[in-house]
Design a protein around this ligand. Structure first.
Ligand SMILES: C[S@@+](CC[C@H](N)C(=O)[O-])C[C@H]1O[C@@H](n2cnc3c(N)ncnc32)[C@H](O)[C@@H]1O
Length: 292
């Protein structure tokens, strides 16, 4: 997709309970695409987030008449809902994506895209992650918060075993291995992530990892360090499976600050203890330990 193409976006801010109905109205008016930002799908950094309890629903149109119909339909349903129509210039994503990927330095680690190889710092442990269809290029706060935990834990516990639940690109498992972990296992329920993580390990010359789409029930034993950068709801659902895997420390991210108590509750009630938290913007990292 190269040349610039004009689109119209129709953005509606509504209470979350109205979100699905607004999505239907925008789709019926002929939207070519829909974007929803709400508690379950938080906005990425730099993108306007909904107010608490609200959703931002955006329909994209290549036709002014359709966009006008969408506005009329929303106004008929919710006369007071704020609706904004804007012209959107479609980007050349292959270029803008590259521009948005930033390298990060976290403790002893440097994580960046392959095209920064020539300028990567020689005094850091470097990981090169090609931004493809898996999450985890290092520059999202949830990833960098976990990278800091990996760096600190591996400093104190070289040779420890590590389980990365929801590995995405595998960045956390790779960081652990490069910093001297022993048995290191990464799992993800998205087959594309598993495939890309394997590719990425090879590109970084990392071997001896077990990367797969296995479920937690299929993974034997316990791990000194368990990492889980997944969304809050999933962490709560997976608590009965994650807790038995934790030998010593659990690091969780992907959680918004206001969701932290609920996530902690799911783990404390199963025997783990809080061991601190780190906040970056709206995101929080939750550390837990197995007592005794
Ligand atoms: C936010 S990404 C984290 C990627 C990487 N670990 C990082 O820190 O950047 C979450 C990953 O969890 C995976 N995931 C979601 N639910 C899962 C589940 N129930 N079991 C395993 N992986 C899951 C997703 O496919 C996604 O790759």
């Amino acid at each position: 997709m190269t040349g610039a193409m004009a689109w119209l976006s129709v953005t509606v801010d509504v209470p979350e309970v109205e979100s699905e109905w607004i999505q239907t109205l925008l789709t019926e008016a002929g939207a070519s695409g829909l974007e929803v930002r709400d508690a379950a799908t938080p906005a990425l950094p730099g993108v306007r987030a909904p107010a608490k309890g609200d959703a931002v629903v955006i329909g994209y149109y290549d036709d002014q008449v359709d966009a006008d119909d969408a506005v009329a339909a929303v106004k008929a349903h919710l006369p007071n809902a704020p609706v904004v129509v804007e012209a959107v210039v479609e980007q050349d994503w292959s270029v803008s994506w590259r521009e948005r990927i930033k390298s990060v330095t976290v403790g002893r680690l440097w994580v960046g895209p392959p095209w920064e190889k020539a300028t990567a710092p020689a005094d850091k442990v470097c990981l090169f992650i090609e931004p493809k269809m898996a999450f985890g290029t290092g520059d999202h706060p949830t990833t960098s918060l976990c990278l800091a935990a990996v760096d600190a834990y591996l400093s104190a516990n070289p040779g420890c075993s590590v389980l990365d639940v929801g590995m995405g690109t595998g960045v956390l498992a790779f960081a652990a291995k490069k910093l001297g972990s022993g048995l290191t296992v990464g799992v993800d329920n998205d087959p594309i992530s598993v495939e890309l993580a394997k590719e990425c390990a090879e590109e970084n010359g990392i071997s001896g990892l077990e990367l797969s789409g296995k479920t937690l029930k299929e993974i034997g034993g316990t791990f000194d360090l368990v990492l889980a950068n997944i969304l809050a709801n999933t962490l709560i659902d997976l608590a009965p499976l994650i807790v038995p895997k934790v030998k010593q420390r659990l690091v969780m991210a992907g959680v918004l600050v206001h969701q932290a108590d609920e996530v902690k509750k799911a783990y404390v009630s199963r025997g783990l203890q809080s061991a601190g938290e780190v906040v970056e913007g709206e995101w929080i990292r939750i550390d837990m330990i197995r007592p005794g």
